[in-house]
Design a protein around this ligand. Structure first.
Ligand SMILES: Nc1ccn([C@@H]2O[C@H](COP(=O)(O)OP(=O)(O)OP(=O)(O)O)[C@@H](O)[C@H]2O)c(=O)n1
Ligand SMILES: C[C@](O)(CO)[C@H](O)COP(=O)(O)O
Length: 252
């Protein structure tokens, strides 16, 4: 029997499909040499494959990977044993352009998906529990959901005067992660809006706020670090080793 979940007066199946747009079209300049970032290896598996494992574990049913067409064969290799079906589409100059392209492809390949998660391939080790929490918040009626964590350093805002900076109250600060979850039609409308207005956004929740949507926070995870610089790869290796050890019963 299919159970139904009611959101704003409309009934939807509780386990309707969720599509993810996984952006992987960046240049990876800060990571440096070693090939496309999403195809870099941790624990014998490409980062994009780890990302799909995490998304599938949390309840995502199919994925649109956004990258470069000339990497299609390499992605097919890396994702030969992916846990969910995926398709590849071309990226754009900025992350927001890549997301917009991915959304168009998601509407094409997954017209039955009411919800979309937008995820950085550069965050391969997001725990499945975080993915599931984002989806649960969407199913509870939120239209835009972001995972976020507290900051652990004292933070200062740099003043215009060189060498001077002002402390800010870090108890109110949050570092924002992905996957960010949305009602698919709302996010498409948000991206159309920011493009037509020429607005630059660094994440998709910002695009939704630009059309007046409320953004809901759920707890993120430090495991979900964004692999940006070479040091981050070392941390990712450690996160992966801890996970593998946990599966094998080794205590850290
Ligand atoms: N035009 C772009 C830029 C970024 N991204 C993706 O957005 C995510 C977050 O970007 P970041 O980690 O900052 O990656 P890069 O842009 O690749 O890094 P860099 O700035 O060092 O080149 C990554 O998964 C990246 O592939 C994308 O799909 N298209
Ligand atoms: C979307 C994001 O991961 C949220 O923290 C982040 O903004 C992406 O990184 P970028 O360097 O801004 O592309």
């Amino acid at each position: 029997m299919t159970s139904l979940h009611s959101t704003q007066g409309t009934a939807y199946p509780a386990h309707e499909p969720v599509v993810a747009v996984v952006v992987a079209a960046g240049s990876g300049v800060r990571l440096g040499e070693g090939g496309p970032k999403a195809l870099r290896d941790v624990g014998g598996r490409a980062l994009v494959a780890h990302a799909l494992d995490s998304l599938a574990g949390g309840g995502v049913s199919r994925a649109v990977i956004v990258s470069r067409a000339e990497l299609a064969a390499a992605f097919a290799d890396a994702l030969a044993d992916a846990p969910i079906p995926w398709t590849l589409t071309e990226g754009g100059a900025e992350r927001q352009d890549s997301v917009a392209n991915g959304l168009a492809e998601a509407e094409r390949v997954a017209p039955d998906s009411r919800y979309v998660l937008v995820h950085d391939a550069a965050r391969p080790f997001v725990p499945a529990s975080v993915v599931a929490a984002v989806i649960a918040a969407l199913r509870s009626g939120a239209s835009a959901v972001i995972p976020a964590i507290r900051v652990i350093d004292t933070i200062r805002v740099a003043d215009p005067h060189p060498g001077e900076a002002t402390v800010v109250d870090r108890s109110r600060l949050r570092a924002v992660q992905t996957p960010q979850g949305f009602d698919l039609a709302t996010l498409v409308r948000a991206h159309d809006h920011v493009r037509s207005k020429g607005l630059a956004v660094t994440d998709d929740a910002m695009a939704c706020e630009a059309i007046g949507e409320h953004v809901t926070l759920v707890e993120g995870s430090r495991d979900s670090l964004k692999i940006t610089e070479p040091f981050d790869l070392l941390v990712a290796e450690a996160v992966w080793r801890r996970r593998t050890d946990a599966l094998e019963g080794t205590v850290w």
